[in-house]
Ligand binder design. Structure first.
Ligand SMILES: Cc1ncc(COP(=O)(O)O)c(C=O)c1O
Length: 498
């Protein structure tokens, strides 16, 4: 059992009870039939009215069903309504099937307080966000949407204050001191680019792995044309890197930098970063961690793990809005800025301020989104990162065992546990990954990611290149029911012709 009850607000089922309400007597009398409507079948909401032949006539049941159906039609703008009647032994039922188009589904599910879609793509970006994230952004935008750090009036100070407190919240979460060593970015990619291009010079050597995201691969590939040498350590078929393999390459090539991803966005493999960090520290190598898939769900302590540069998005497991992220640079480490411009301070100088965070933060920041990020971090602390991790692990275990029982399904990566986090990647023998994604979307209203997930090397490593995998990544608001519905959907897809 996944015990974390906070996920319950995402419940999948809606119970509709239709009552007898014929044209003449419009009073609820009998609860005739209850129809459970999984949200993924919300297209065909069935309204059933009927009952015991001693008490009701077929025509009153039909009228009742029609009335309900038309009410839904008018209230939610359903596409089409189909009526039919059934006679069963001594009872009869009139049914109306209502087909909803997407805007109508949205209205209906909003009315019911439920998402109309089962979202299982949290590795791409977390959704939904905690209510407080929406509320904080709304409040910030309406009440202090001024330019932070640029004005000396009250609401500009409030905007600057929200940025300062978000920086502090990040610093506390990752044991960073002082918080000024954190620069805000739009996402993890921007942070990685700033760090790599700001640190590396011609003839520098970099050690990385075969399991990285394009956010690391592409800037490094570009830098190779500028005299930087890149050495890739191959991960095993589950995406796990052996630290000794990294140490051996480092001893051979004496790199300036080791850069790795904490948790693979393709297999969920979690790398032993504390060990690798210690080695780098002892050998004078800068250690940079891409925490895109781990920040907010796995503990990260920059001091204990000897992380010199940490990059994370705000919009994934930190539960903040899109367009947020950060880059931490250890005190004493100097980076060249990628972007230069207005910082709101030292305006008379033509050169970029040399102090963090202004060194790496030019132009108007998205303070409203950062207010949302602060709320996301607060939510994590209130619910407990270990509780969120335990909840997600439980869902991943259900997925792993459920998918493992379906003939023709092949799962990749380590089994859910200490060396794994966040997602399950799999393929089906009789369907391409694109087909699976299409069927899940069109037939079951379930969203997952398919293909290469911006990490082609990782697929070459685990043997799923070029088709890639279906990646299912539950988040802290998914429930067991979502996972059961998903597994049923995969069972159904495996039995369909390709
Ligand atoms: C491992 C890894 N690194 C970097 C990124 C890039 O993150 P962002 O989309 O915030 O730039 C991702 C995104 O999925 C990722 O999974």
């Amino acid at each position: 059992m996944c015990t974390d009850t906070q996920a319950a607000h995402n419940i999948v089922h809606y119970q509709i009870n239709t009552t007898y309400c014929g044209w003449s007597e419009f009073k609820p009398q009998y609860i005739v039939e209850s129809t459970t409507i999984p949200l993924n079948r919300c297209k065909d909401l069935v309204v059933c009215c009927g009952g015991d032949a001693d008490h009701r006539s077929p025509s009153s049941s039909a009228h009742s069903a029609q009335l309900w159906a038309w009410l839904f039609l008018i209230a939610f703008g359903a596409d089409e309504v189909i009526f039919w009647r059934e006679l069963r032994a001594r009872s009869f039922i009139a049914r109306c099937t209502i087909f909803f188009n997407t805007p109508a589904k949205l209205t209906l599910t909003k009315f019911l307080g439920l998402p109309f879609f089962i979202y299982l793509d949290n590795a791409a970006t977390s959704f939904p966000k905690p209510e407080s994230v929406y509320a904080e952004q709304d409040y910030a935008a309406r009440n202090y949407g001024a330019n932070p750090g640029r004005g000396s009036y009250e609401i500009a100070r409030m905007a600057a204050q929200v940025m300062a407190s978000t920086r502090e919240a990040i610093a506390d979460l990752f044991n960073i001191s002082p918080s000024s060593r954190i620069a805000f970015t739009c996402n993890a990619t921007q942070g990685i680019n700033i760090a790599l291009s700001g640190l590396l010079e011609p003839e520098h050597r970099v050690v990385t792995t075969s399991i990285e995201h394009n956010a690391v691969i592409r800037p490094l590939h570009h830098l190779q044309h500028h005299g930087i040498e890149v050495f890739k350590v191959t991960a095993d078929a589950r995406g796990l890197v052996t630290p000794e393999d990294i140490y051996n390459v480092c001893r051979e090539v004496t790199p300036k930098l080791v850069v790795i991803t904490h948790c693979s966005n393709v297999t969920g493999a979690v790398q032993p970063v504390a060990e690798i960090g210690r080695f780098c520290h002892e050998h004078g190598i800068i250690f940079m961690l891409d925490a895109a898939q781990s920040a907010g769900v796995l503990p990260i302590d920059v001091e204990a793990m000897h992380i010199d540069i940490l990059v994370a998005p705000g919009h994934k497991a930190l539960l903040g809005p899109q367009g947020t992220g950060f880059l931490y640079v250890r005190d004493g480490l100097k980076l060249k800025p990628l972007i230069r411009g207005g910082t709101g301070n030292l305006s008379s100088q033509a050169h970029q301020p040399t102090e963090m965070p202004e060194l790496l933060e030019s132009g108007t920041p998205n303070a409203t989104a950062l207010a949302g990020l602060r709320a996301g971090i607060k939510y994590i602390l209130q619910r407990g990162m270990e509780n969120i991790r335990a909840h997600e692990l439980c869902l991943l275990q259900l997925l792993w065992s459920g998918l493992g029982e379906i003939p023709g399904v092949r799962c990749y990566g380590p089994e859910p546990g200490p060396r794994h986090s966040g997602l399950i990647s799999f393929t089906l023998d009789n369907h391409t990954t694109a087909e699976v994604g299409f069927f899940l979307d069109q037939q079951f209203n379930i969203g997952v990611r398919t293909g290469l997930h911006c990490a082609p090397d990782a697929h070459k490593t685990i043997g799923t290149y070029p088709g890639g995998t279906v990646r299912v990544s539950p988040g802290c608001f998914n429930t067991e029911q979502h996972i059961y519905t998903f597994i049923q959907a995969i069972k159904s897809i495996t039995s369909q012709p390709s």
